[in-house]
Write a protein that binds this ligand. Structure first.
Ligand code: FES
Length: 103
């Protein structure tokens, strides 16, 4: 795709409530399936950079495994937890059965 979207997964790899880390242009992102909708945010916690993909996905919230900050996967905003910066979000597109994330 020439508009900056990178293929990262088959849509059926993640069931609702599941997430995994994916590589986009050498950076780690978390791809999450929330009730059938896909979202992508940075895999680097805005507090002390722990990998969010090792945490928990509960509804729209990803909880960091280290100090339990919670970020909204739709916006990247911090919802609960230690003082932290928001996490970047990335556009997701599905074409056929392939999930693409913008680089
Ligand atoms: S590193 Fe994520 S909450 Fe501290």
């Amino acid at each position: 795709m020439s508009d900056g979207f990178v293929p990262v997964a088959q849509a059926d790899e993640l069931r609702p409530g599941q997430m995994k880390w994916v590589a986009v242009n050498g950076e780690r992102r978390v791809l999450a399936n929330v009730d059938g909708a896909f979202y992508a945010i940075s895999d680097v916690c805005g507090h002390r950079s722990a990998p969010l993909s090792r945490g928990k996905l509960q509804g729209h919230l990803i909880e960091c495994p280290l100090h339990f900050a919670q970020f909204d996967v739709r916006t990247g905003e911090l919802v609960n937890g230690p003082v932290s910066t928001a996490v970047p979000v990335y556009e997701v597109r599905i074409e056929g059965d392939i999930v693409y994330v913008k680089g």
